[in-house]
Design a binder for this molecule. Structure first.
Ligand code: HEC
Ligand code: HEC
Length: 181
């Protein structure tokens, strides 16, 4: 805070400056939270049913990683869910669908609906993982790009930043060296 801003008589001339400072501060805050996103991506409140049902077979994917339309389609087609049956009772579907859509990704890069409504087919996902060798995804310890926890130790808590990376078993020496740069 600039104490001079409160001096009488300076209030008017100061206002435009204060406004632009505020705008700058807000822009910084937005930038900061966008970055913090990759560090902790799950909303504060996660319904118990999400952890119990949707994280039974895979990572509890953060809602912010897909746009609302993708979540809507996923929740409408649980009986044919990527080759498996993930059906739930109507009330739970309704509850989770609402929660997923209201916490869905909104910033531009998440707005496009990826192929098959897969996080792993999003442009941002491919960009973030472009340095990973094709053979890594096929390691028995990884099996699929959708298996986030193979490499992101904190995946179920929404932690995807570099501090929570782990090296999947079976990575050869060359790839180990390139892992975290
Ligand atoms: C019976 C097991 C099972 C349950 C329960 C289940 N899923 Fe899945 N899910 C799968 C499988 C299998 C895949 C495909 C994984 C792969 O390609 O490696 C998948 C993939 C996904 C993907 C796409 C991952 C990617 O490739 O980016 C999303 C999103 C997803 N599930 C959301 C959900 C949600 C939301 C729920 C809860 C309503 C749920 N799943 C419950 C088995 C399940
Ligand atoms: C084979 C290992 C592997 C798998 C599986 C994997 N990731 Fe990653 N991911 C990485 C590595 C390594 C990085 C760091 C890349 C870098 O910094 O150059 C990364 C980076 C990221 C980042 C960017 C983090 C940041 O701070 O910029 C996000 C977000 C992310 N992964 C999400 C996911 C999600 C979601 C899944 C599952 C759907 C997933 N990853 C699956 C290895 C993996």
């Amino acid at each position: 805070m600039n104490p001079q801003a409160d001096l009488p008589g300076q209030e008017h001339p100061m206002r435009p400056i204060r406004t632009s400072l505020l705008a700058a501060a807000l822009a910084l805050a937005a930038l900061h939270s966008a970055q913090a996103d990759s560090g902790h991506m799950l909303p504060r409140h996660v319904p118990e049913a999400y952890t119990q049902e949707c994280a039974a077979c895979h990572t509890a994917y953060p809602p912010g990683m897909l746009p609302a339309r993708s979540w809507q389609r996923i929740m409408a087609g649980l009986d044919k869910h990527y080759g498996t049956d993930a059906s739930l009772d109507a009330a739970t579907v309704q509850q989770l669908s609402t929660w997923l859509q209201s916490n869905a990704g909104t910033y531009k890069r998440v707005n496009e609906e990826p192929t098959q409504d897969r996080i792993t087919r999003s442009a941002w996902f491919e960009r973030k993982h472009r340095k990973i060798d094709a053979t890594v995804w096929k390691l028995p310890s990884v099996k699929s790009a959708a298996n986030c926890a193979a490499c992101h130790a904190g995946a179920d808590k929404g932690e995807f930043d570099d501090d929570h990376l782990r090296i999947p078993a079976g990575l050869d020496a060359r790839m180990r060296r390139n892992w975290n740069d």
